[in-house]
Write a protein that binds this ligand. Structure first.
Ligand code: NAP
Length: 499
């Protein structure tokens, strides 16, 4: 089934509007559900990055001169092609990433929504006009493109995150060099084809396949790439930030999370169970916003445990292309090893394992990377399983005695991406949305489910203050320019010639 879905055996880079074969090493892209090779991807080098940057630099000069509403026309066409091709893209996404097909369709839809939303920015890209302090003088601020921007994306949302970054970059008049994760290059290949078909001028987007340590590193070090927009782990992000800091290069970072659902004593427990199951085990827990902690009021702890166990038994685990499957595979062996390590850590720390905690190896699970949905209880806030990102289908229950303690536990981690509270008390709702220190807060819903027209990102250790998606994404890819037009015909000095 796998390989018939791909129209090529080996992917090519997309540079200056041309598909370029890379001489040298390639690596296999493995379907995590079956262990089969789907396609080969080139491991490009620094020289290829240099070539892409030269093309992007030339293209950007002309692209910036195209009126923004015309630039946006390309995005409308991109959105329409994605819409027409939604099912094919979704199937390919499941093939390379493993997420279940329903979620793959959701991710592709996110990209479609982003295309139409950002295309609308072609007729906005609002600046400000403001009174000047002197007579016969006009003052305004506008957004200006930055030049060549570098986009580095992870494997867990291979198309959505690329659209969050490349669409605002392009509508704002920049040119892009994009390095997708080596694990999931197919979405990049497909999106580049769509850009080509939509008529994006050559060189405005360039896709260079290859490892982070080679292609990614070359991008970060390249003097003509003026912005790096990165999503991935904290380890890589902090390394990139240090280098960008040295060069005074703008860098936007979206990194890890340790997200919690709070279940208060007055919560609708059935609804909370649904929210926890969806956000903890969807994408097998491999979302940056996945629920990894449940902070539960002690009065409802037992009921919640019982109902969660029942709901977990109903989760079907397997190949995400099967419509009945709810939990797909883990991306690779390294991911599996990390999860296994945290199961041992949790046990040794004294948390009680209520369900799961093992690898599935029999029958249809034999060839893929499958980990049983796992529930720990009686965890405490400072345990490593309650503090560190596991990135798998593992959730830990932390009992608390009060609302105030729940907020404190939520805020005790270094990350600040997403949080959620289940309660019927309107006062607690408003206190929680004020006091939860995450970039995203949900009330009576799980920790996942962001909409593209709102800013996406986290506070504290999750990021560095920028946001993906929403109009705020434009802040990454534009500089503010303040413009003063003096039409008095004489020299007027601000702060000095004021009567
Ligand atoms: P990762 O290992 O940091 O990789 C992310 C990207 O960075 C990949 O394209 C990778 O390339 C590249 N890279 C690796 N080393 C690099 C270097 N030295 N210089 C430049 N680029 C380099 O992260 P991941 O394991 O793929 O993704 C999972 C992480 O992403 C989790 O922590 C998750 O929470 C986070 N995430 C955050 C958000 C958010 O918006 N906050 C969203 C999704 C995911 P190769 O892998 O190809 O070598």
């Amino acid at each position: 089934m796998a390989n018939t879905m791909m129209d090529v055996k080996s992917l090519k880079n997309f540079i200056n509007g041309e598909w370029k074969e890379v001489e040298g090493e390639t690596t296999a892209v493995i379907n995590p559900a079956t262990g089969e090779t789907v396609v080969h991807v080139p491991l490009s080098t620094k020289e290829t990055v240099d070539e892409a940057v030269v093309a992007a630099k030339l293209a950007q000069k002309e692209w910036a001169m195209v009126p923004a509403p015309q630039r946006a026309e390309v995005l409308y066409r991109v959105g329409q092609i994605m819409k027409d091709r939604k099912e094919k893209l979704s199937q390919l996404l499941t093939l390379e990433n493993g997420k279940v097909i329903e979620e793959a369709r959701g991710e592709v839809q996110e990209g479609i929504d982003m295309a139409f939303y950002m295309a609308g920015e072609g007729r906005r890209l609002f600046g400000q006009t403001t009174p000047a302090e002197l007579q016969n003088k006009f003052a305004m601020s506008v957004r200006a493109p930055i030049g060549v921007v570098g986009i580095i994306t992870p494997w867990n949302f291979p198309i959505a995150i690329a659209t969050w970054k490349s669409f605002p970059a392009i509508v704002a008049g920049n040119a892009v060099v994009w390095k997708p994760a080596t694990e999931t290059p197919i979405m990049a290949y497909e999106l580049a084809k769509i850009y080509e078909e939509a008529g994006l001028p050559k060189g405005v987007i360039n896709v260079v396949f290859g490892s982070g340590s080679s292609v990614g590193d070359a991008m970060v070090h390249h003097k003509d790439i003026r912005v790096i927009s990165f999503t991935g782990s904290n380890e890589t992000g902090s390394h990139i930030a240090a280098e960008c800091g040295r060069q005074l290069k703008k860098v936007s970072l979206e990194m890890g999370g340790k997200n919690a659902v709070i279940v208060m004593d007055d919560a609708d427990i059935e609804l909370a169970v649904e929210g926890i199951i969806w956000s903890a085990f969807g994408t097998s827990g491999q979302r940056c916003t996945a629920c990894s902690r449940v902070i539960v009021h002690e009065d409802v702890k037992e009921t919640l445990e019982e109902r969660l166990l029942v709901a977990m038994e109903q989760l079907t685990i397997g190949n995400g292309l099967d419509e009945k499957v709810k939990v797909g595979p883990i991306i690779n062996q390294a991911g599996m090893e990390k999860i296994k390590k945290y199961i041992e850590i949790g046990k040794n720390e004294g948390a009680k394992l209520l369900a799961g905690g093992y690898v599935l190896t029999e029958g249809e699970h034999k060839e893929g990377n499958y980990f049983a949905p796992t529930l720990f209880t009686n965890a405490t806030a400072n345990m490593r399983i309650a503090q560190e990102e596991i990135f798998g289908p593992v959730v830990s229950l932390i009992p608390v005695r009060s609302f105030e303690e729940a907020i404190e536990v939520n805020n005790s981690v270094t990350y600040g991406l997403s949080s959620s509270i289940f309660t019927k008390d309107v006062n607690r709702v408003f206190q929680a949305q004020r006091d939860l220190d995450t970039g995203i807060v949900y009330v009576n819903a799980g920790t996942t489910g962001a909409e593209i027209h709102l800013p996406f990102g986290g506070s504290k250790g999750t990021g560095n203050g920028y946001r993906d998606s929403g109009v705020q994404a434009l802040d990454v890819f534009t500089e503010w320019k303040a413009i003063y037009v003096d039409y008095s015909g004489k020299l007027q000095r601000a702060q000095i010639d004021v009567e």
